[in-house]
Design a protein around this ligand. Structure first.
Ligand code: DC
Length: 233
C-alpha cells in the first residue's frame, strides 16, 4: 500500500484536529496539528514580552523556540512541548487564542513553522491540519479536505474543547474570539485561509463524527488505491 499526505484545512472550531487524529490513528499515519505550533509560538511571545511590531525581536525569539509533540500516556493524547516543557494546557487558553491570529500573520513566523512542517513528511503517511496545508505546506497532497461548519456549532465545540482541558469558557468570549480569528485568518496577506482549488469541501454541521470519518476514510482509501495501482503499472 502506498502512503499519501492528507491535508485538512478550515476555519477554527470545525473539528479538523478531531478528524485528523482519527484518520491518522486508523491509517497508522502521523498526525500534526499545526495550530498547536502557532499557539506555542504565541505563548512564547506572550511569556517573554516579545514585541510583535519589532522584526528583530521576533527573529531573535524564534531562534530560542523548539516545538515538539509527545504522547502523554496519562491522557493518551499528544501534547505540545515548548522548549522541553509540556504546555498543552496553556496553549489552549483564551489568553493564547486571543493573540494567535495576529502572530500568525507574521511572515517570519510562518516561514519558521512551514519549514518544520514540511520536514515532518519523511515518507508521506501524514495527516496535517491547519489553514494553509493544502495551499502552501503540501500543495502536492493527494487528499485535501476543506472543512466548514455553522457558527453556533463551532462555538459549542470550542467551549467543549476548552472545558475538556479543565478551563472555564465563556460563550460570548469564545464567539467573539472565533469571529475575529476567522476574519484575520482569511484576510491576512501571507497564506490566508482559503480552499485549495483541488480540495473537497465538507460541511460537517449536520454530520456525526462517525459519518464524517467514514466519508473521509473512503476518500483516503480511494486515493491510496489509485496511487498503489498507478505505481504498480
Ligand atoms: O487550529 P487552531 O484554532 O488551533 O489554530 C490557531 C491559530 O493558528 C489560527 O487562528 C490561525 C493559526 N494557524 C495558521 O495561521 N496556520 C495554520 N496552518 C494553523 C493555524
Amino acid at each position: 500500500m502506498k502512503s499519501i499526505i492528507i491535508a485538512i484545512d478550515g476555519f477554527s472550531g470545525c473539528g479538523k484536529s478531531t478528524l485528523a487524529k482519527a484518520m491518522a490513528a486508523s491509517l497508522n499515519y502521523r498526525h500534526i496539528d499545526t495550530g498547536a505550533m502557532y499557539r506555542a509560538v504565541t505563548l512564547y511571545f506572550l511569556d517573554n514580552d516579545v514585541d510583535i511590531e519589532n522584526q528583530n525581536e521576533i527573529a531573535a525569539a524564534l531562534k530560542n523556540i523548539t516545538i515538539e509533540f509527545k504522547h502523554n500516556p496519562e491522557t493518551n493524547q499528544t501534547d505540545t512541548f515548548l522548549n522541553g516543557e509540556d504546555r498543552e494546557i496553556a496553549i489552549r487558553s483564551l489568553r493564547v487564542a486571543n493573540f494567535v491570529s495576529p502572530v500568525s500573520t507574521i511572515s517570519s513566523v510562518r516561514s519558521f513553522l512551514v519549514k518544520q512542517q514540511q520536514k515532518m513528511n519523511d515518507h508521506r503517511a501524514i495527516v496535517m491540519d491547519g489553514r494553509d496545508i493544502g495551499t502552501v505546506v503540501f500543495p502536492d497532497a493527494e487528499l485535501k479536505i476543506f472543512m466548514v461548519a455553522n457558527d453556533e456549532i463551532r462555538i459549542q465545540r470550542r467551549l467543549e474543547e476548552i472545558q475538556l482541558k479543565g478551563q472555564l469558557g465563556n460563550y460570548d468570549e469564545v464567539a467573539h474570539n472565533l469571529k475575529s480569528r476567522d476574519l484575520i485568518d482569511s484576510t491576512r496577506l501571507d497564506s490566508p485561509l482559503r480552499k485549495a482549488d483541488d480540495a473537497i469541501e465538507i460541511d460537517n454541521s449536520m454530520l456525526t463524527r462517525e459519518e464524517q470519518f467514514n466519508m473521509v476514510y473512503l476518500l483516503a482509501m480511494e486515493k491510496i488505491n489509485e496511487k498503489s495501482n498507478l505505481e504498480s503499472i
